[in-house]
Design a protein. Structure first.
Length: 277
């Protein structure tokens, strides 16, 4: 294992309802939407398996029994944990709940409804070795083709975040927050000591302006929470799979009605140039 990964934990936020993807999410969770022939969450776990990062937590809420069945596969045993939230706690609330799992580690916090293809090891190495001395968080950024629908960031001359523009009309640029973060234990302890905070973006990040380094993803990053972006993701190049042969869950997934439902919506809404799922 790379020395940068030894004291690293991962929290994948996978509890969301996915209301923008309804009616697809009426029957299937957003974090398991098909990207090509595999569910979105599997691509994230594929990355961590290849890097030998073996301390991963996934939070669950909506359609939790489906996500739990996905995580109970042999390939994820012994290194991927999950926890059900009866009531959604918000991103910071989830961090507080699971603080014992990663309190003394650097935490990789990921909104698991994002489809992201980049060199995660480079992201981690940048945080470990290259961030400005005073920075306690490294945020992944990307250039958005829909900047008014994203959180846009302004940077100083050391590429530290100094201002946020959250989903505003006519933002100053298209440099967006990718909602993927590396977070030092000092920030986690700060969160743990606070009351009445629930959202990481609104309740935590503004308190660390000037202490947030950035790393730019110049490859692929999409929020697949809309049908349009879900369609776009089908055309993106897919990474090589860490597991050479499909298991029974994957074979069943290939026959899941969600594939047909997406095709029907694609036809009704006139989305063109998309491959079969």
């Amino acid at each position: 294992m790379d020395s940068n990964f030894k004291n690293l934990s991962v929290l994948l936020l996978a509890a969301g309802v996915g209301s923008r993807l309804m009616p697809l999410t009426n029957s299937w969770p957003k974090c398991l939407m098909p990207i090509g022939k595999k569910p979105l969450l599997e691509y994230w776990l594929n990355i961590f398996y290849k890097l030998d990062i073996n301390k991963v937590m996934v939070n669950l809420h909506y359609k939790s029994e489906i996500v739990e069945s996905f995580l109970q596969r042999d390939r994820f045993k012994d290194w991927v944990a999950s926890d059900f939230e009866p009531v959604l706690l918000g991103t910071a609330g989830t961090l507080k709940k699971h603080m014992p799992f990663f309190l003394n580690d650097t935490l990789l916090l990921i909104h698991a409804d994002n489809w992201s293809q980049c060199d995660i090891s480079s992201f981690i190495e940048s945080h470990s070795n290259d961030r400005p001395e005073n920075c306690l968080i490294t945020m992944m950024t990307f250039h958005s083709d829909q900047p008014s629908e994203c959180g846009i960031v302004e940077l100083d001359d050391q590429n530290r975040v100094i201002k946020f523009h959250e989903k505003v009309q006519n933002p100053p640029s298209n440099l967006a927050n990718a909602a993927v973060y590396l977070i030092e234990p000092e920030v986690l302890r700060w969160i743990d000591n606070k009351r009445n905070i629930s959202d990481f973006s609104n309740d935590v990040l503004p308190n660390f302006l000037g202490k947030i380094a950035t790393w730019h993803n110049d490859n692929i990053h999409r929020d697949i929470g809309t049908l349009k972006n879900l369609q776009k993701a089908q055309l993106d190049k897919k990474p090589n799979d860490a597991w050479s042969s499909p298991d029974q869950w994957e074979l069943d997934f290939h026959q899941n009605p969600i594939h047909g439902q997406i095709k029907i919506l694609k036809s009704k809404r006139g989305v063109s140039k998309c491959q079969d799922f």
